[in-house]
Design a protein around this ligand. Structure first.
Ligand SMILES: [Zn+2]
Length: 98
């Protein structure tokens, strides 16, 4: 994810909170919520991985993550984001994330 343009990320008004201070392997898991468009991401400090999550903090598909990281903030919630939030990466019934 390091190759994603950081400029789009900076257009959002992030509200950051610590979800877990220590995760497996060390580091923290942070939750990012945009005050403008309502997009939500989780971020692991140890490996600098960032991924899109729904309002419950459930991971969304890599496709949604890549798209959201490239999206500049429109400063209001977007209807299309609601559809993206249905694209759960690990739907119930499939193998759980290790
Ligand atoms: Zn935003």
């Amino acid at each position: 994810m390091q190759s994603e343009p950081i400029s789009a990320w900076r257009t959002h008004e992030w509200k950051v909170r610590t979800l877990e201070s220590i995760v497996a392997g060390g580091g923290s898991r942070l939750g990012f919520t945009c005050r403008g468009c309502g997009k939500t991401f989780n971020h692991n400090t140890i490996n600098r991985r960032t991924w899109a999550v729904d309002t419950q903090g459930v991971a969304l598909t890599d496709d949604v993550t890549a798209r959201w990281l490239k999206s500049e903030c429109l400063h209001h919630p977007i209807l299309a984001d609601d559809d993206d939030r249905k694209q759960i990466k690990y739907p119930t019934g499939t193998a759980a994330q290790s």
